[in-house]
Write a protein that binds this ligand. Structure first.
Ligand SMILES: [Zn+2]
Length: 68
């Protein structure tokens, strides 16, 4: 594995998965599914796609939305 990141294979929530085919990078939260092609760059993108949320909704649910 190059780049120094650690990857884990987990069950993909974006399709009917029977064995872990979603690869998640633990240091950044980046993910990519080898079967259905779902991918994103961080945990916010994951949450957004997992629950069909807008960016703002996902950020609010993860406690990342701060309005000054
Ligand atoms: Zn998938």
């Amino acid at each position: 594995m190059t780049g120094g990141g650690e990857w884990k294979n987990v069950i993909c929530p974006f399709h009917d998965d029977s064995k872990p085919s979603l690869r998640v990078r633990l240091d950044t939260g980046g993910f990519r599914c080898m079967v259905c092609g779902a991918h994103g760059g961080d945990v916010l993108a994951f949450h957004q796609q997992r629950y069909g949320l807008s960016f703002k909704q996902a950020a609010q649910q993860l406690g990342a939305w701060r309005v000054a």
